[in-house]
Design a protein around this ligand. Structure first.
Ligand SMILES: Cc1cc2nc3c(=O)[nH]c(=O)nc-3n(C[C@H](O)[C@H](O)[C@H](O)COP(=O)(O)OP(=O)(O)OC[C@H]3O[C@@H](n4cnc5c(N)ncnc54)[C@H](O)[C@@H]3O)c2cc1C
Length: 367
């Protein structure tokens, strides 16, 4: 495969990997969750290069976004492993194959541009061209749950409202109102107390869902007047100008409505997955999942495969290990699709090793 690398930029978070605006690769993988990541490894063994696209700002899919600190007990060979550590291990495992990443951009459009060539265009304008697409989109794109406030969009572009904190420095010496009762709201309240001029946390109940030590810390900060804790209340309105937000309207259970001056409102009510644009790519969708042929996890559209939580077939289990298997089988089929005249000879990694990794010393039997 020839590589067209038009523009290169490095991200702080993923500086070990290269990012491009126009990319040609062998397999474009939509979704950098565990199944997409492991597919890079299996493709790499066949000398197929991969480029991953994910709408989230980091790799790992549900494991990073929903439960990084939870132990997983059904990954073969690991009696227990934290979800975040599994993602770190997968990233380490695929390093020798130097995959490309486009993170923080959603794959929006898929076009057929040649006999065996697709072009994917992302929300950020990046174009990825490849003969094979492997959709590893999990439950779909994670989108923030937005509060039912009428004029939210007036403050989305000017930074008055944000649903995820990408750069905490934005809030240095500013007045910030956060909302939510989970770990994310608690953690960012604690973090913001150190950098923002004024921090308020609004929650509609008096009890929080987050980790006990975070709840205790927020109460300590409130007692020390470093955080204004407003419970039994909700933000119900926003006011400001085109330049930005100026105040939020708070509705308290017993005290009624009042205004609170602020520069930023950050509702952290979690993320919900939506199938999104994948539903419009002409694939057979059954209950928000892509139907596949279990012989190779192909979708019925030549060159397009679907693996992991995004696919469905009789007996499907939404488990990481099943997605690993599906990715492994799919890339074997992808190889034959790209190179129909080449014979694919199956080799164990114990026999062939992995390019870029030192071969293990052969074991010697002691009798
Ligand atoms: C709380 C919890 C606990 C779990 N525990 C276990 C367990 O113990 N064992 C187990 O095996 N499984 C467990 N699971 C399930 C497991 O997390 C999933 O099976 C696994 O994450 C599926 O991996 P994936 O790579 O298919 O998809 P995901 O992890 O969902 O990743 C898909 C990625 O695709 C991206 N994406 C989707 N659409 C697009 C698009 N159009 N453009 C760009 N990016 C896109 C998403 O942003 C996401 O990052 C658990 C799940 C949850 C929620």
């Amino acid at each position: 495969m020839k590589w067209l690398l038009a523009e290169l930029y490095l991200s702080k978070a993923q500086s070990a990997f290269k990012f491009y605006k126009m990319i040609q690769t062998d397999i474009a993988i939509i979704g950098a969750g565990p199944c997409g990541l492991f597919t890079v490894f299996e493709a790499g063994l066949l000398k197929l290069r991969c480029h991953l696209i994910d709408s989230l700002g980091q790799a790992g899919g549900q494991l990073t976004e929903i439960y990084p600190k939870k132990p997983i007990y059904d990954i073969p060979g690991f009696p227990s492993i934290l979800a975040g550590d599994l993602v770190d291990n997968l990233m380490e495992q695929i390093k020798p194959f130097n995959p490309g990443f486009t993170l923080g951009e959603r794959a929006e459009k898929v076009e057929k541009i040649g006999e065996k060539m697709y072009r994917i265009t992302t929300s950020g304008g990046t174009q990825v061209e490849a003969p094979v697409i492997c959709i590893a989109g999990g439950l779909g794109c994670f989108e923030p749950r937005k509060p039912p406030i009428p004029n939210l969009e007036n403050y989305e572009a000017n930074g008055g409202i944000a649903y995820v904190i990408r750069d905490p420095e934005v809030y240095r010496d500013k007045r910030v109102v956060l909302a939510g009762g989970g770990d994310s709201a608690l953690d960012w309240t604690i973090f913001s107390a150190d950098i923002a001029k004024e921090v308020s946390l609004v929650h509609r109940r008096t009890s929080f869902r987050g980790a006990l030590d975070s709840v205790e810390k927020v109460h300590e900060l409130a007692a020390a007047n470093k955080v204004r804790l407003i419970t039994d209340a909700q933000v119900v309105g926003l006011a400001g100008s085109t330049d930005g937000l100026e105040e939020v309207v708070i509705k308290h259970k017993t005290e009624g409505e009042y205004k609170l001056a602020t520069d930023h409102f950050i509702p952290l009510f979690g993320l919900s997955p939506k199938l999104g644009p994948i539903a419009d790519w002409g694939l057979t969708i059954n209950k928000s999942a892509i139907e596949v042929d279990t012989r190779d996890y192909s979708t019925g559209v030549p060159g397009i495969y679907a693996i992991g939580d995004i696919n469905t077939y009789p007996g499907k289990l939404k488990l990481i290990l099943c997605g690993f298997h599906e990715g492994t089988i799919a890339v074997q089929s992808a190889f034959q699709y790209i190179y129909p005249d080449k014979k694919l000879s199956f080799k164990y990694t114990t026999v062939n090793g992995v390019e870029g990794l030192p071969a293990a010393e052969p074991s010697t039997a002691t009798i």
